[in-house]
Design a protein around this ligand. Structure first.
Ligand code: MLZ
Length: 265
């Protein structure tokens, strides 16, 4: 439609550059997603990564799967690329001599796990091994630079992939800032995170790339004066007007977060 977000226009209007493909731990061409809703697979429990659990595909979005651990509630869904290293066909765990574990917060008595496991797998449609793709290798080093644009998973709303800018780089860590959201969703992650993608990724996978937010940060010197209070315009996602194309990080000296594990001393 006429007000759809367009990277070419946005990069031109903001005078910015896209982070090169070689920066990302992603395949250059997004992997095909052949999974179907209802299929079962093995997944490491995101809240207890040493446990391998049974998961069901609850939804499909681009090259990602929305997963729910069998025996868990519906409040802890997680999203994984079809080439994620922590999902595998059913039977892999046993082949490795390991045991399938109940998810953290298993909704039944632990003693009922063996029977639950039998029942959940009985007659289940298992995702074939050919649907799982090999995880791409990590780029040898962090090649991101401050100001580069990318598409990134909003970790607070992990079904969303949004336009973002590299706000800072420290060693192997990068600060992902979301355009037009005044820092509310920003996070540090490693340069080889599977949650960040090159500009154009969503266009290739068919994912709905969100539009930038429309919040504009004014410089402190202006926003602190009584005549111009800090302007925060936040519309609902349903009715986002065309973004102002003023990346906050260009006009505001940001108070940056710290990379994980860094000391303030
Ligand atoms: N409903 C939320 C969505 C924000 C998504 C931001 N992504 C960077 C809100 O409007 O706050």
């Amino acid at each position: 439609s006429h007000d759809e977000f367009n990277w070419d226009d946005y990069l031109a209007e903001t005078g910015s550059v896209a982070a090169p493909l070689s920066c990302f731990r992603q395949s250059k061409i997004p992997p095909n997603n052949e999974f179907k809703v209802g299929m079962k697979l093995e997944a490491h429990d995101p809240r207890n990564v040493t446990s391998v659990c049974i998961a069901t595909v609850i939804g499909i979005t681009g090259a990602r799967l929305r997963l729910r651990l069998d025996g868990s509630d519906n409040k802890n869904d997680f999203w994984r690329l079809v080439d994620a290293s922590d999902i595998q066909p059913i039977g892999t765990c046993e082949k490795n001599g390991d045991m399938l574990q109940p998810p953290l917060g298993f909704r039944m008595n632990a003693s009922s796990w063996p029977m639950f496991l039998l029942r959940t797998l009985n007659g289940a449609e298992m995702a074939p091994a050919s649907f799982f793709r090999k995880e791409p290798p990590k780029p040898p080093r962090n090649e991101f630079k401050v100001g580069m644009k990318l598409e990134a998973v909003d970790k607070k709303n992990p079904y969303m992939i949004c336009p973002a800018t590299i706000g800072d780089c420290r060693g192997d860590d990068i600060f992902v800032t979301f355009d037009g959201w005044r820092g509310a969703f920003d996070y540090w992650c490693r340069y080889d995170s599977r949650d960040i993608f090159a500009v154009g990724w969503c266009g290739l996978t068919g994912d709905a790339l969100q539009s930038p937010g429309n919040s504009v940060s004014l410089p402190k010197s202006i926003s602190n004066t009584p005549v111009s209070p800090p302007k925060v315009i936040r519309n609902s996602m349903q009715s986002q007007p065309k973004p102002a194309f003023v990346p906050a990080q260009r006009i505001k000296k940001r108070s940056r977060g710290r990379p994980p594990g860094s000391s303030t001393a």
